[in-house]
Design a binder for this molecule. Structure first.
Ligand SMILES: NC(=O)c1ccc[n+]([C@@H]2O[C@H](COP(=O)([O-])OP(=O)(O)OC[C@H]3O[C@@H](n4cnc5c(N)ncnc54)[C@H](OP(=O)(O)O)[C@@H]3O)[C@@H](O)[C@H]2O)c1
Length: 284
């Protein structure tokens, strides 16, 4: 039987690593996309040792950098003809406003453009694979999010949570718009998004002392990383979601989102703007 190919971004840590472990245990070929060679190699070895699956490849890319995304996509296109599952998972939070090397606010760059551009660059594989599944890890934090298309960089009004909520709202708008575009083009792929729950991962590790303190304080209330990966794994593997697209999941169930996340016109405009910011065609 044809071995399934699954790509997970941020697969060296937390929810991404547990998702990769589950898919490796199912016998999939795993493509890990990580930014640190050291952390990536350590996780690759751990996943090979714990699952016995040796088909686990590591690709390096800093997903805040469009050049890295383009390069790693070329490397991936050279190594496989199919992509059954793409889990856009890598994410971060930034205490202070920083700009990426492409001039974008970092949270928006990593959490949204990282999903958008990688997916666009891998589109030939997604189209070539019958019933490919694109999964975007969002967050319940999207409910506090707003999107001002004229100030995506939050130049005038930066706040850590404002930037994070904006990016997680963008994840759902992106996933829904991708689902609509798959359908419009007759592409037999699905796109869904999810909230993993509050998870005791490394999330926020690189943020400032305030956030570290908050995360440490709330840690006893958090799910394990394994539990936190359950909805991603469900969307990747379950026959229940075969053909299901444009939905947002929590605890492996479809749930409603904020009204803004359902705004199709906003989703379309964000898509067009994202394509412009990346210098790619908006067509899939
Ligand atoms: N933890 C929660 O409670 C929670 C709740 C809702 C949603 N989420 C979402 O869940 C996803 C996974 O987070 P997690 O909780 O598993 O956190 P995590 O343990 O910190 O994992 C995040 C992963 O993203 C990678 N990453 C961050 N910036 C990157 C960049 N510029 N380029 C490439 N990779 C980058 C990290 O790499 P390094 O290890 O090199 O930093 C790490 O592998 C995120 O999208 C997050 O927004 C988390």
């Amino acid at each position: 039987m044809n071995q399934k190919v699954s790509l997970i971004t941020g697969a060296n840590s937390g929810i991404g690593k547990e998702t990769a472990r589950a898919l490796a245990s199912e016998g999939h070929r795993i493509l890990m996309v990580c930014r640190s060679a050291e952390r990536g190699r350590a996780a690759q070895k751990e996943l090979k040792d714990s699952t016995g699956n040796q088909h686990i490849d590591l690709f390096l890319a800093d997903l805040s950098k469009q050049e890295d995304i383009r390069r790693v996509a070329q490397e991936i296109l050279a190594t496989t003809d199919q992509l059954d599952i793409l889990v856009n998972n890598a994410g971060a939070v930034f205490t202070k406003r920083e700009l990426s090397e492409d001039g974008l606010e970092m949270t928006f760059a990593v959490n949204h453009i990282g999903y958008f551009l990688l997916t666009m660059q891998l589109m030939p594989l997604i189209k070539a694979t019958p019933h490919a599944r694109v999964i975007s890890v969002s967050s319940g934090a999207h409910t506090g999010g707003t999107i001002n298309l004229n100030d995506l960089n939050l130049q005038n009004d930066y706040g850590t949570m404002k930037a994070y909520s904006q990016s997680k709202l963008a994840n759902i708008l992106f996933a829904n718009e991708l689902a609509a575009r798959f359908q419009a083009k007759g592409i037999k792929a699905t796109s869904n998004s999810l909230h993993p729950g509050f998870v005791a991962s490394n999330f926020g590790r690189n943020s400032g002392l305030f956030f570290k303190f908050i995360f440490a304080l709330l840690r006893p209330l958090a799910k394990s990383e394994k539990k936190g990966a359950e909805t991603s794994i469900f969307l990747a593997l379950s026959p229940e979601v075969e053909g299901v697209s444009g939905q947002y999941f929590d605890n492996s169930k479809p749930v409603s989102t904020s009204a803004t996340a359902q705004d199709q016109e906003l989703g379309r405009q964000l898509w067009e703007k994202s394509a412009e910011l990346c210098g790619v065609s908006a067509d899939i």
